[in-house]
Write a protein that binds this ligand. Structure first.
Ligand SMILES: NC(=O)C1=CN([C@@H]2O[C@H](COP(=O)(O)OP(=O)(O)OC[C@H]3O[C@@H](n4cnc5c(N)ncnc54)[C@H](OP(=O)(O)O)[C@@H]3O)[C@@H](O)[C@H]2O)C=CC1
Ligand SMILES: O=CCCC(=O)O
Length: 293
């Protein structure tokens, strides 16, 4: 199966490499073209533009930073729309809002193409290991065509119906995750400022009802002050922003998410946006208690 792949960041590089390792013929493109070389070394070919990739491949996947990037790759010069058409499918796996997905879907369908939104849950290592959770919505026939690729990229795929449902599900999941990261950060700060050993707190949490892979993975790295980006904080704040907007649209009060978003915005203002989203601890610690000089 030949697949185009647009966007070779933390996730896209891992996902495209996975497809290549499993025998897919992959044509890649990245805004910073030099990033394609690592995939070329694995056997990928390079498309000079998104349009060139779509012209060559029946199916093209995108994994881009945010709504602005997702729209730019589709609508700008040399973009997807210049070559999409009958018999071709476009699958955007970026995390964006439902309105962005709908705009892309309408434009792709107007040109005879098929569109599927398929954002994913799971970070860098699940992407490398083909253990993502895929939250797809849109064209069911295209979803069925993509199952062989999704089976390589993920451990489970959901087809959630109409366009927008995948985007919304992803934003709800990440809103919960961002709020949980704030709760963990406040807990670690409270433990540290009240004479408790934060590592012992992590040990207790991991034995109880709220044990979870994220705390188990991010807790120790937070205590080491290690924030190598698996999931950049700037993208988590983008997701909080989009989730809060979804809440506004539906008159859903979300004070916990709103407060969490403020911490992520503060972290970005302090230049932590390119670090892992767990770096929000540095903001919450800094707002902490008695032992702050
Ligand atoms: N990291 C994670 O754990 C997860 C991330 N996601 C989502 O996946 C998407 C990608 O995330 P991730 O790989 O971490 O992000 P990165 O920041 O590592 O990569 C972003 C990608 O988008 C490209 N890009 C950014 N702006 C533009 C633009 N204006 N035009 C064209 N391309 C652009 C970048 O190109 P360039 O290299 O030139 O900058 C790069 O390829 C995001 O929507 C994120 O929210 C979903 C699940 C997990
Ligand atoms: O969008 C990124 C989410 C990261 C994760 O699910 O661990």
């Amino acid at each position: 199966m030949e697949v185009g792949f647009l966007g070779l960041g933390i996730m896209g590089k891992a996902m495209a490499a996975n497809l290549i390792r499993h025998g897919f013929r992959v044509t890649v493109w990245n805004r910073t073209l030099s990033k394609c070389q690592e995939l070329v070394a694995l056997g990928a070919t390079v498309g000079e533009t998104p349009a060139a990739v779509v012209a060559k491949c029946r199916y093209t996947i995108a994994m881009l930073s945010d709504p602005s990037a997702a729209l730019s790759v589709v609508f700008d010069k040399d973009g997807v729309l210049e070559q999409i058409g009958d018999g071709k499918g476009y699958v955007d796996m970026s995390t964006v809002d439902a309105a962005t997905s709908s705009k892309i879907s309408e434009a792709v369908k107007q040109r005879g193409g098929a569109f599927l939104e398929a954002p994913v849950s799971g970070s860098k290592k699940p992407a490398e290991d083909g253990q993502l959770v895929i939250l797809a919505a849109g064209d069911k026939a295209l979803y069925d065509d993509m199952v062989p690729a999704f089976d390589v990229l993920g451990k489970k795929s959901f087809f959630l119906g109409e366009i927008g449902n995948g985007a919304k599900m992803k934003l709800v999941v990440n809103m919960i995750m961002g709020s949980m990261m704030n709760a963990l950060s406040e807990g670690l700060s409270l433990a540290d400022n009240s004479g408790l050993n934060p590592q012992t707190l992590l040990d207790v949490l991991d034995l109880g009802a709220i044990a979870n892979p994220m705390f188990r993975l991010k807790g120790p790295s937070i205590l080491k002050g290690s924030y190598n980006p698996a999931f950049p904080l700037k993208h988590q704040q983008k997701d909080m922003r989009l989730a809060l907007s979804l809440g506004d649209e539906n008159a859903v009060a979300m004070p916990v998410a709103a407060a969490s978003n403020e911490a992520f915005k503060k972290a970005r203002s302090l230049g932590l946006g390119d670090l892992d989203f767990s770096a929000v601890y540095e903001v919450i610690k800094g707002a902490g208690g008695s032992n702050q000089a």
